[in-house]
Design a binder for this molecule. Structure first.
Ligand code: NAI
Ligand code: MG
Length: 477
């Protein structure tokens, strides 16, 4: 497949390409251009020109309409995009279908928002009229990961476009085909050239060149902590704003009065869905000691039903994305054994998966305390560790005992406790008696602590992706 720069499908200037491997069998099935600095320069230039050209001239209504049309076009090509996503990432086909629906929804949601972000007037001195108007940031850079390529594209790109920015996206080298195809559809329905540019390539080449480019006005990044720090440093050099979403180590807190029937499937799904490669994976489980043993028996029963298979088998989860993730997950499972954690249950890998596929076994551990690195490091795999606690205060303290702060969940029927714990948890989102419902496009999302900063999703993203201008008008005689 090719990149999209200035409305055209294009190869890398250097002529090099990268192989795309399928995690289902480890084999190459496609190539993408290996874009570098020269390609990024062209993309940023095209975006800048779009702002003062056809894209910048559109009214908010026209921008929004184009975005809603793109959402509909994505739905018309839903199955093709879902198949592509599964081949690229290894997701069970029903997961990819849900992801492509979410991609369409991002464009519909923010397309509908484009003409609904209004300014303000501010009372000031006599003989003055003051307007606060919202303006685009300019050229926005979007460096997105491989775990939800289509959704991440929608989440990052759609609010930026709604506010009238021109975008340059660097999707992940491990999985980016659905992003390329969606951007191609955008060209087909008439997005002006340069409004949406996609540069494929390696992180330290295309990604670094984009984040360091002196003519960008904003960076949105989702990915690892290490790269997040580099992004913020690059943003500092150019004095531009960035949002960072750097993953998490999200905890469930289950109290003795919890609705266990409701909690158990949500907890299993919360860590195994997408093979645990989810920033909001509920990878720590804190259970009140009075119910710990019984709860773990029932949880083990449900957990052991999880199965990993190829996309067409459409089981609980697929393979992990690449060899690095495969080694990483297996390393942590070995480390858990070495740390003396007890394996309480494991899922299975389905018979008949290809030998070269990156399939890992979902694993449920229990730990006597919170000291193992499995409870502090983001594993990004289907690995859950349960730890008992005694009091509410202890539970909240344990939930906050990581450097991350993305999401959390509290399971209790006690209303006062629901509120106290939700307030006490250091996280950008807290669920009460549920976990990660419905894609959450409407719900402001982002982290505290090392999970990053800035907010995405919801209407708040439109504020993040724009700036204000205060116009002060003296109208006295
Ligand atoms: P990564 O942070 O290296 O990759 C994310 C994106 O950043 C990709 O598009 C990549 O090309 C780009 N990138 C890499 N190096 C860059 C650089 N120097 N400058 C600019 N862009 C750069 O993540 P990776 O290595 O694929 O995964 C490692 C771990 O990171 C995972 O195991 C997981 O723990 C975490 N992660 C978290 C994600 C989340 O949703 N918060 C998503 C992906 C990874
Ligand atoms: Mg990396």
């Amino acid at each position: 497949m090719q990149m999209i720069i200035d409305g055209k499908n294009t190869d890398a200037i250097g002529g090099q390409s990268l192989q795309v491997l399928s995690p289902n069998d480890g084999k190459a099935f496609e190539t993408i251009p290996r874009g570098r600095k020269a390609d990024v320069d062209l993309a940023v230039k095209a975006a800048r020109q779009a702002l003062s050209g056809a894209w910048g001239e559109l009214t908010a209504l026209e921008r929004g309409r184009l975005m809603i049309q793109l959402g509909q076009k994505i739905l018309e090509n839903h199955e093709e995009l879902a198949q592509l996503e599964s081949r690229d990432t290894g997701k069970p086909i029903s997961t990819s279908r849900a992801d492509i629906s979410a991609l369409a929804r991002y464009f519909e949601f923010y397309g509908g928002g484009a003409d609904k972000v209004h300014g303000q007037t501010i009372p000031f001195l006599n003989d003055y009229a003051v307007q606060l108007v919202r303006e685009p940031l300019g050229v926005t850079a979007h460096i997105i990961p491989w775990n939800y390529p289509a959704q991440m594209f929608g989440r990052s790109a759609a609010p930026a476009l709604a506010m009238g920015n021109a975008i340059v996206v660097k999707p992940a080298e491990d999985a980016c085909l659905s992003v390329l195809r969606a951007a191609e559809l955008a060209q087909e329905i008439g997005f002006p050239p340069g409004a949406i540019n996609i540069v494929t390539g390696l992180g330290h080449e295309a990604g670094a060149a984009l984040s360091q480019h002196p003519d960008i006005n904003f960076i949105s990044f989702t990915g690892s902590n290490e790269v997040g720090v580099l992004i913020q440093q690059a943003a500092a050099v150019n004095a531009v704003k960035c949002t960072l979403e750097l993953g998490g180590k999200s905890a469930h807190i289950v109290f003795e009065d919890a609705n266990v029937e409701r909690a158990i499937p949500a907890i299993v799904k919360g860590v195994v869905y997408n093979t645990g490669q989810t920033c909001t994976a509920g990878s720590r489980l804190l259970v009140q000691r009075s119910i710990f043993d019984d709860f773990m028996v029932r949880l083990a029963e449900e957990f052991s039903k999880t199965r990993a298979g190829t996309p067409d088998m459409d089981l609980t989860c697929g393979p992990v994305v690449n060899k690095d993730q495969f080694d990483r997950v297996n390393h942590y499972v070995d480390q858990g054994r070495k740390d003396g954690l007890k394996i309480v249950a494991q899922g299975t890998i389905a018979d008949g998966v290809p030998a070269g596929g990156y399939f890992v076994t979902p694993t449920l551990f229990s730990a006597p305390d919170h000291s193992s690195c499995l409870l502090s490091d983001e594993i990004f795999g289907p690995v859950l560790v349960a730890v008992p606690f005694d009091t509410e205060a202890e539970a909240v303290a344990l939930s906050n005992a990581t450097s991350y702060g993305l999401m959390g969940a509290v399971w209790t029927e006690n209303g006062g406790r629901q509120q106290r714990v939700a307030k006490g948890m250091q996280a950008g989102q807290v669920y009460i008696n549920s976990f990660g419902a419905g894609g959450g496009i409407e719900l402001p999302f982002g982290g505290v602590k090392r999970s990053g900063h800035g907010r995405e999703k919801g209407f708040i993203a439109l504020e993040e992706m724009s700036t204000t201008k205060t116009i002060i008008n003296f109208h006295g005689e």
